[in-house]
Structures are given as C-alpha cells and as structure tokens.
Design a protein around this ligand. Structure first.
Ligand code: CUK
Ligand code: CUA
Length: 643
C-alpha cells in the first residue's frame, strides 16, 4: 500500500481552504458587475424591475396569446408570468375543455355546428366604469373565427363565448364603451352575411363589412346576443375600432383598408387591377353613432339576418348614424384620446399620424357639410374639415396609447422599429426609442382609459431575432418593458413570450383586481352558480340505473371518494367531484387512465366528466396536484367488468 505524503495533503487542504474562502466571501455589487459584465445602466434597469422574493407587482398585464387562443397574464415591472387563461383552446392544467362545465363554454363557440378548438386572439379589453378600468371583466376577440369571449376577473376563468352571427372574418374587437354597455367587433375581410355561396362577381352587391355591438349585461356578467346588433358597412375591410370617451362617448370609430375593394386581381366591375389595395390615396374612417343605432334597434328599425339585428347601410344613412372620413392609406390603429376630443389614426404607408377632432366632425355633420358620398351613399366628411393636426412620426406608424402627461401619446413605428413619444395637441415629436424588433401594438398603464397612469410602456414586438437563446426556427416574441416616467424613455427588460403572437395587451393597477381565493362550496364556476352535483363530506354516493352510473364524489387531503368505482361494460358513466378544501391553494386534480379525463378542482369547485365505459379493464385514477405528503396516496380504481 502506498503511503500518503502528509505534507502534500496538508498543503493541498490549505490551498483548498483558500479557494473556498475566496468563493464563499460575500461578493460586492462591484464584484458581480465585473463577473457578469454588467454596466451601471444594467444595474439601474435591474433595480427598476426586480421584485424581491415575496413581494408583488404594481401592475397586472393581460396579453393576447395570439394563435394559442389563450390570454397571458404577467406582472409589471417584474415581467413574471402569472397565468395563462384558457379561452378558445383546451388547456389541461385548468381542466379547460376536459370537464363538462368548460366543454359547454367551448361548445358555445362552435361555428355552424363545427367545434373550433383554437382561436387567434388579438385584442383584450378590460371592462370600464366611467371610462376607467373597474377590474371586473376581460373580453377578447378571435380573428380567425369571429367570436368574443368573456373572462370573469373574479376567478380569471372564461365564462362565455359568442359567435358573430353575420361575419366570417373580423379583427377590430374587443373594445368597450365607457360603461361597458357594448363591446365592439368590426369585420375584416368582407363576406356575405348569409351562410351561403355568393360568387365573387357579386362582391360589391352582396359582400359586406360592418361593426357588431355586443350588449353586455353587467349584472349577469354575460353578453346578451339577442340585445346585440350590427351596423352594416361596405366591403372596405374594416379594421381596428375604438369607442369615444367623454364628449364622444356615444360614438365609435373604425378604420378600414383596401377601400378599393380589390379581390385577387379583380377590381370589381373593371379589368384586372394592377395597384390592388394601393390604388387610392386614402381609406375610410367609419364614424358611427352607436347610441342612436341602439335606439333604432329598439324602435324596430333593424332587419333580422341570421336571427340577428342588422342596421342596413340604407337605414344607417337615412337615420344619420354612419359617416366616412378619408384617412391615410392602410391604417391600423384608431385610438381615442383620454379626453375624448380626438381620434388618432396612423396609416402604415404614410409617415404622418392624423389627429381628427371630434368637435370638427360634429360641426361638419350638423352643418351637412360633406365632400360627397361613397358608392353606397354614405356621406363623406372632407379630411381637411375633420383634421385637428398631423404629426410626422416616422416610418410605418401603427398603434397609439396615451401617457399621464397633458396631450402625451406614444405611437409604435413598425418599419422604423421605434416608439415615438409625441404631443397630440401640438402635433410634435418629443422623444424616440429604438426597440428590438418590429413593434406592433404598444401599451401604457391604463393607456386606453380616461386616466392613463403612464409609468411603463410595453412594446409588443413581432420579431425577436437574436435577442434570446436560440430555440429553433420558431422564435418567441418579445415584450419589451420601457420606463416612460422620465423625459427620456429607457429600455428596462426583454421578456420572451413563447405562446403565440401577442397583438395587444392591457395593463391594470393590481389594486383594482380582487379575485376570490376559493369558490363557495360545490360551485359550478363556469355557470357561476351552485352546482346541482354539489356533494358534502359523507354524502358521497353512487346512483346506478340499468346501463347508467352516476357518481357524486369528493376530494380532500388525502382521499378521493369513492376510492373504488365499479361499472359494467357499456355503462354510461358520469362522475361529479367536489373539492371540499377551504384552504388557499389546495387544488386537487383528477386524471383517469385512457379516457382523456383531466380535471382541475380548485377549493370549492365541482367538476364533472362523462364517458362510455366501452372496454372492460382496470382504470386507475389519481390526483394530479402534489397537494400533501399523502398526495401519491390520493388514488383509486375504476373497474369495468365485462357484461
Ligand atoms: S393587430 Cu397585430 S399588431 Cu390584430 Cu391590433 Cu396591430
Ligand atoms: Cu390531491 Cu394530490
């Protein structure tokens, strides 16, 4: 055996001790900055965004989840993800699309009898009272299949989906009126209102756009389709919308693109058309008196199409509720200023952003001063008669949000990849900041309300390119947090969002949200009422009828009751489970082998599932949330006996 050289051992251990000491000595801020290559600017940004362990964020953001059909919730300034809210797409963690209660919500979104299991969400809108966020509801649209969803912010769950009865394409939703009386959804690509084939040759006569006004019943927390209506519009590819505020509260504004009505190489009624959607110099801003439109519907002046109230173009013109104003080519955002006096519209193909004066629009309307009519007889107000000012902001201006200072606006510049801060009263640029890369929407805190809080701005960027660690050809998108509290805007943080294209987001002061911690015991959260299947401890039971088994069960640490379920091959099986927990965050899950069953049972919730036990066998089930030290023991067996 080789003898140890004790001298060497001693030297080595001393050396080891020294190294350990060097590493273990507390690092100073300067040490960390040197080690990680951080600048003072980085440290300042970190200090502005870091939310210490156990502390909470000042603002909560609801972002569109794009093609995922979800809504993404995160905090500002930390940019920490808090939740995905499943809306148009099944989502197993929440049991959404797996339990019968949420399946019923998704089924409301079926289109002409077909289940649609995704959505292309674009614009979330927070409910408002007197033009300010009240923290109660969130609405979001689906562009691919014109639908609007209602999310209750008391529990962050999707409660309702409504399908647009006349559009087959829509984009300009969801935006709310000052007191959330209506949610607007405007059409995008014109289609016939009827669900039938109409040849493209009849594009001008039969294809239509329009603006749907969904009536929201605040007491019920639901949209009432029967009390909703659509103002029909020409096939001009309506786009984004906004409701007025204050003096303009009774009006809504919707822009449009391709008012040439170009379709696949044919300008309607003319030979093949070269310039396509860029032949004209301007498109049309649609100005609608929705308050009066609602009165017309009540007075029986609407036409029923697909069992839905439609105000035809003819009626709209006759009653004076619809006007057009030329706007810069290929516009995108239409945003009403906090004081409700101006409408800001940017044309992507024009470097100017236009500020329309609501007062001037009203003057032109009451004086009957129009520059003419469009081919559908809608009066056109001359641009010069409606403009307050124009500002040259940069290339590809898109969307506008507002700041806390007087006349302060922020506009995204898609082509320049910049944000411009400017004064919409004076029409002058105040500051610009480069973003990475190609910004779409932008958002400031409460930036679309009567009282913007400013402070932070989030740039929602279409391309991330090289900002993050590469993860293959499909990149996440980039939400960039920008500090707007000082004279110069400064970039604070890049957050990758890997779920879908986040078109728009809304940020609300966290103090305004008061979500519940638990449901009332035995609650059907989707219907927002006590579940008929509510089950108390000790009252669990199995009801058997020939060919049918119904189980009323419970879950609580650390048992699923019943722990054994016996059925016969071919039985129609329904299981209702109530979570009896009252403790915060004591959610139990429920998964059953081979039946696509996956429930999330938050404290108090009752959820159900149903299936046909068509194959004899042994089907274990278990709780999917690590709920206690005896979590793994929370299990049972479903036994399907052969006939
Ligand atoms: S949109 Cu995507 S960037 Cu749907 Cu409002 Cu403008
Ligand atoms: Cu309940 Cu794990």
């Amino acid at each position: 055996m080789k003898r140890l050289n004790w001298d060497k051992v001693a030297v080595l251990s001393l050396f080891g001790l020294l190294i350990t000491e060097a590493v273990w000595a507390a690092e100073t801020l300067q040490d960390v900055m040197t080690r990680r290559g951080l600048t003072e600017k980085d440290i300042l940004a970190a200090a502005k965004t870091y939310v210490p362990s156990g502390k909470r964020d000042e603002y909560i953001v609801f972002s569109s989840g794009g093609q995922s059909g979800h809504v993404i919730v995160y905090g500002i300034p930390s940019m920490r993800l808090l939740k995905y809210i499943a809306v148009f797409t099944p989502e197993p963690w929440q049991g959404y699309g797996f339990d019968e209660e949420s399946k019923a919500v998704l089924a409301q979104g079926n289109i002409q009898g077909k289940a649609i299991t995704y959505g292309d969400t674009h614009h979330p809108a927070l409910s408002e009272t007197n033009g300010e966020y009240d923290g109660e509801y969130l609405f979001i649209n689906d562009k691919a299949n014109p639908r609007i969803a209602v999310i209750d912010l008391h529990d962050f769950e999707t409660k309702q989906i409504v399908v647009n009865p006349v559009f087959k394409s829509s984009h300009g939703g969801a935006f709310v009126s000052e007191n959330t009386e209506y949610i607007i959804e405007s059409a995008q690509y014109a289609t016939p209102y009827e669900n039938e084939y109409v040849p493209l040759e009849q594009f001008n006569e039969r294809y239509r756009g329009g603006m749907t006004y969904w009536y929201f019943d605040r007491a019920k927390g639901r949209i009432i389709p029967e009390q909703s209506f659509t103002v029909m519009a020409p096939p001009y590819s309506q786009d984004l919308s906004d409701f007025g505020k204050g003096p303009s509260a009774d009006w809504s504004f919707t822009n449009s693109f391709c008012s040439e009505r170009y379709v696949g190489g044919i300008e309607q009624g003319k030979p093949p058309f070269e310039a396509g959607c860029s032949a004209k110099d301007t498109d049309f801003l649609h100005v609608v008196n929705w308050r009066k439109a609602a009165e017309l519907v009540k007075a029986g002046k609407a036409t029923l199409i697909n069992n839905h109230h439609v105000i035809t173009i003819e009626t709209a013109v006759k009653e004076g509720i619809l006007y057009l104003i030329p706007e810069a080519k290929s516009p995108h955002g239409a945003d009403v200023t906090p004081d409700g006096r101006y409408i800001v519209v940017s044309g992507k193909l024009d470097t100017h952003t236009s500020v329309y004066s609501f007062e001037k629009i009203q003057q032109a309307i009451s004086a009957g001063k129009f520059e003419g009519k469009d081919p559908y007889g809608i009066p056109i107000i001359a641009m010069t008669d409606a403009l307050h000012t124009q500002a040259e902001l940069g290339l590809g201006p898109l969307h506008t949000q507002f700041g806390a200072r007087k006349c302060e606006a922020f506009t995204s510049l898609y082509v320049d990849s910049m944000v411009a801060r400017w004064d919409y009263c004076e029409g002058k640029v105040l500051d610009k900041i480069a973003i990475h890369y190609n910004i779409g929407h932008l958002m400031t805190m409460h930036g679309d309300t009567k009282k913007p809080e400013g402070k932070y701005l989030v740039a929602l960027n279409k391309l991330a390119i090289d900002r993050f660690n590469p993860v293959g050809p499909l990149h996440p998108q980039n939400h960039q947090l920008i500090d707007i509290s000082n004279e110069k805007m400064t970039l604070l943080y890049d957050m990758p969002l890997p779920l879908g294209e986040p078109h728009y987001a809304v940020g609300i002061n966290a103090n305004l949200l008061k979500p519940i911690i638990r449901y009332k015991s035995g609650w059907d959260s989707r219907a927002n009422q006590a579940s008929p299947y509510k089950t108390l401890a000790g009252r669990e039971k199995t009801v058997k009828e020939p060919g049918k088994v119904e189980i009323l069960g419970t879950v609580i640490r650390s048992h699923i009751t019943p722990e054994i379920i016996e059925v016969t091959e071919g039985d129609d099986v329904t299981i209702h489970l109530t979570n009896l927990e009252r403790a915060q965050d004591e959610t139990h899950g429920f998964a059953l082998y081979g039946q696509n069953v996956n429930l999330s049972l938050e404290p108090g919730k009752t959820s159900s599932f149903h299936f046909i036990a068509d194959k004899p066998g042994v089907y274990p089930y278990y709780c999917t949330e690590f709920c206690s030290a005896l979590h793994l023991e929370m299990q049972g067996y479903l036994l399907v006996k052969p006939k």
